[in-house]
Design a protein around this ligand. Structure first.
Ligand code: SF4
Length: 324
């Protein structure tokens, strides 16, 4: 028999935020802020000028399918039991169908044109199956039902970060949120996919950390939960079991497919994340919520331009040529 849900979990499930009214409200997201902080000109091309470019890749297809399979498995396990999930869900099949259908969606968006080949697709598929098989065997290290409940997967957050510009709303979806009744604490888990995990450089990347810091802040505001009752964690799924710092194959004892990383999230760190989003809003939006007519400077660098979809278009920017 399913366990009775704690009142607070029911309240959260039954009270999603009201949807954004795009007639007078604007939504911003972590990825918008992250693009702006990398290069304001790129942000302007994408969000102000609305110049669309295809940005998917086999990495994003893989990431989407992995998220969906993991979330489906967790939803099922917390609703019924882990034994039932293991018995009823063929994770390989589930992942395969999500992987193929996501590829087809992106293929259509790319004007019916391929952006991967059979060899690469097979490699990513086999990596995904290896992750899921490993996770299924070791799942009890990471998830348990003892005193713990799944609040949900893809929990929506809609909050006005800047009370003076309250038509600009931060919108995000929390991958997985659990609630531990014994300690009365929540855990927000963000699933990432990665080639071989995060090294020290990635872990110290403040831009990456801001995503979970903002989720913690806004989950707290949206549901009136004290900050010290919210934990956060990046749950990083590794396609290859290499040591992220020196790229050597790890021993079978170290070869974990999952890397957990909890960024510091005390008051100072949270203030830095909130300041970053407020600076972004103040620089880009008017009091009526419209995007400002302003100078959005280019910020060329090898890192920024190599991953920028406008990098080769000389009319829009073309800065990539200086870094190839
Ligand atoms: S190519 Fe570089 S400078 Fe130009 S918009 Fe993209 S990131 Fe910015």
């Amino acid at each position: 028999m399913a366990k009775k849900l704690p009142k607070i979990v029911k309240e959260i499930r039954n009270n999603p935020p009201p949807p954004i009214n795009y007639a007078y409200q604007k939504n911003i997201s972590y990825s918008q802020m992250s693009i702006f902080r990398g290069c304001p000109h790129r942000w302007k091309l994408q969000y102000k000028d609305k110049i669309k470019r295809f940005t998917s890749s086999i990495h994003t297809v893989f990431g989407t399918a992995m998220h969906e399979s993991m979330q489906y498995y967790l939803d099922y396990a917390y609703e019924k039991s882990f034994a039932a999930a293991d018995r009823d869900i063929d994770l390989k099949e589930d992942f395969q169908s999500r992987y193929i259908s996501e590829y087809q969606v992106q293929y259509k968006k790319n004007n019916d044109s391929h952006f991967s080949d059979a060899v690469e697709m097979r490699e990513f598929f086999e990596d995904g199956v290896a992750i899921l098989e490993w996770f299924k065997k070791k799942r009890s290290r990471y998830f348990s039902k003892k005193g713990t409940y799944l609040v949900g997967c893809e929990i929506p957050i809609v909050v006005a970060p800047n009370k003076m510009l309250n038509n600009v709303l931060y919108m995000g979806y929390l991958d997985v949120v659990t609630y531990c009744e014994t300690t009365d604490t929540f855990k927000i888990i963000d699933i990432k996919t990665s080639t071989s995990g995060w090294n020290d450089y990635s872990k110290k990347d403040e831009n990456k950390q801001f995503q979970l810091l903002l989720y913690k802040q806004y989950f707290s505001e949206q549901y009136n939960i004290p900050l010290d009752k919210i934990e956060i964690e990046f749950f990083i799924l590794k396609r290859k079991v290499l040591d992220p710092d020196d790229e050597k194959l790890m021993s079978p004892y170290q070869a974990y497919r999952v890397q957990q990383f909890t960024p510091p999230s005390g008051k100072i760190k949270l203030s830095r994340a909130k300041n970053a989003i407020n600076d972004f809003i103040n620089e880009c939006f008017n009091s009526n919520g419209k995007i400002k007519e302003a100078d959005y400077p280019k910020s060329p660098s090898k890192w920024n331009c190599n991953f920028c979809p406008y990098g080769e278009d000389k009319e829009l920017c073309g800065a990539k040529q200086h870094f190839s």
